[in-house]
Design a protein around this ligand. Sequence first.
Ligand SMILES: [Fe+2]
Length: 307
Amino acid sequence: MAAAASMATSLTFPLLPSQGLRGPSTSWLPCTIPQRRFSRKVASNLITAKFELKPPPYPLNALEPHMSRETLEYHWGKHHRTYVENLNKQIAGTELEGLPLEDIIIVSYNKGDILPAFNNAGQAWNHDFFWESMKPGGGGKPFGDLLDLIERDFGSFEQFIQEFKSAAATQFGSGWAWLAYKANRLDVENAINPWPSEKDKKLVVVKSPNAVNPLVWDYFPLLTIDVWEHAYYLDFQNRRPDYISMFMEKLVSWEAVSARLEKAKALAAEREMEEERRKKEEEEEKHTDDEAVEMYLDNDTDDSEAE
Ligand SMILES: [Fe+2]
């Protein structure tokens, strides 16, 4: 633990997601990030930034009778609060302090060899995203572009529901199930990565263990359900499938999911344009370099002929 912690403090980050093309830009995320507040330490006169626990966008009893006030009091008021508080303690004084939460998640995921801050950072983000995936009087069927994409990529809304429920029910132990928008290139080592085709840009259902979320795979999360036992045990005991059905039928905010999809599509398009611009610049630089080499060779030939 101590060794891993020192790794976290000694890391340097040449290209963070919020600074480069790798990973969704933090600006697209629809108000899901625990609010960072600045507070002054009087004794040291230092300005420090801390993440603060943000309340769900509805009163704690607003999801009743489907999700009880008691569940929200424990789940948000205790579990989520602890993740945020522990994250602040873990990153204080390290190189991670001051970074956007998404950057902390991706850096501390460390390509699967996770660093100590990852679990609390992931859980802080995931829970905000979860609260905002629900609304009182939710459920039903999505509409517009979202429904069109669901029908295109899953065959039908009913088939999507079946796949999402199955992912949530079969996540072994603690974790999450997600609907996400995948718009990245194929990440295959030593392959010539093609530019994203329309086929690459699609909706996917994925499940993740513990605190992992689709940001670490460079996907845009659209919807999530928490399948840790603490999410449903007070209301459903061990009946996870009943909790999942209730979530889909009574609580999902398709408005939130639609808004996230529109932002994801816009940002994916922006990212693609930026990559094309960068590729063009690289080709122009290469062309300039080739011309310089050619001139050198010509001069070299001339010299040998002169001898
Ligand atoms: Fe949870």
